[in-house]
Design a protein around this ligand. Structure first.
Ligand code: GLU
Length: 310
């Protein structure tokens, strides 16, 4: 068994669309080439939770896309107990403070820090230890104390990435639930994930997650941020661009080979759209040609997919 491991970590908040699907397919291609093990974790704690029908559909569609993983699907909401001890450590380290301001109040406060001040200077208590003394974790929302300087990290696709100083962010909520930022890093550490492959829209989260890992003195994974798939308006592919769900294409009779072909075309592995098997896609795959910028899903791409229906 490989000691290197990556993961599929979809949030079943809505039906899987071509953007997420292409990220998972490329994650699979890298993993196969590098001989990594894959695990599957359903991240069902963010956004509208407990949509069993989306959860079941996501697993079925991942299988239809030819993706495979070791072991059972891990469901994040069933493993929530494992995050608390790490969060308590952060509180002991004065790396988190309770803050029950509304989202709107936080945005307003953070929009006006004086020049040179930390972006969260207006909400962060001056003495975190004193502020937290005697507070019950489950009675509050909590924010992480970020550093007052840019965060730099190495990305396996993009090379050096720098994120400007980051505001304090939500780390624990008053329904005694971890935020995505802490849940994902602790789960990755405990699941033995060495290589995190995901969309480049999560680069700002990486800057936050590095800070959590460093505070807790936990190992950092390697990061591979893949290009975001955008609609013709330059915004992340989503509902606003019409129905680009994998389910719809499957129901229309579009073969999965057309999705592989489109991924190969988007990622510059081939110069024309063509049907490909998974083996053919693997053989044209080249990690070096993965674009750094965004990939545009054009209306011609969608027309071609539709035309492939059988
Ligand atoms: N569950 C997150 C999402 O679907 C991805 C988390 C990650 O890859 O770190 O956006």
């Amino acid at each position: 068994m490989s000691s290197l491991r990556s993961r599929y970590a979809p949030s079943p908040t809505g039906s899987l669309h071509l953007g997420n699907a292409s990220t998972f397919i490329v994650n699979h291609l890298i993993a196969s080439q590098m001989n990594w093990e894959m695990v599957f974790r359903l991240e069902d704690i963010c956004g509208p939770r407990k949509k069993p029908e989306v959860t079941i559909e996501t697993i079925e569609l991942m299988k239809w896309l030819g993706l495979s993983w070791s072991g059972e699907v891990k469901v994040q909401s069933e493993c929530l107990k494992r995050h608390l001890a790490y969060f308590e450590q952060l509180v002991d380290l004065d790396a988190a403070y309770h803050c029950d301001l509304s989202r709107k109040e936080i945005i307003e406060a953070q929009s006006a820090p004086a020049i040179g001040e930390h972006p969260s200077a207006n909400i962060r208590p001056s003495d975190v230890k004193k502020h937290n003394a005697g507070a019950t974790i489950s009675a509050h929302n909590w924010r992480f104390v970020t550093i007052n300087e840019p965060v730099t990290f190495h990305d396996e696709i993009r090379g050096q990435c720098t994120c400007e100083e980051t505001p304090d962010f939500a780390i624990w909520t008053n329904d005694n639930t971890p935020s995505y930022q802490i849940a994902v890093v602790i789960d990755d550490v405990l699941d033995g994930v060495t290589d995190v492959v995901r969309g480049s829209d999560l680069i700002p989260s990486t800057a936050w997650q590095i800070q959590i890992l460093q505070q807790l003195q936990l190992p950092l994974p390697r990061w591979w941020h893949l290009p975001l798939i955008c609609g013709p308006d330059g915004r992340k592919l989503g509902k606003r661009h019409g129905d680009t769900t994998v389910r719809s294409y499957k129901e229309l009779g579009v073969p999965v080979q057309a999705i592989y072909g489109l991924v190969a075309y988007w990622y510059d592995f081939v110069s024309e759209r063509t049907l490909l098997t998974l083996d053919e896609l693997q053989s044209v795959f080249n990690v070096e040609t993965i674009p750094h910028g965004e990939i545009m899903c054009s209306s011609d791409d969608l027309t071609w997919l539709n035309d492939c229906s059988q």
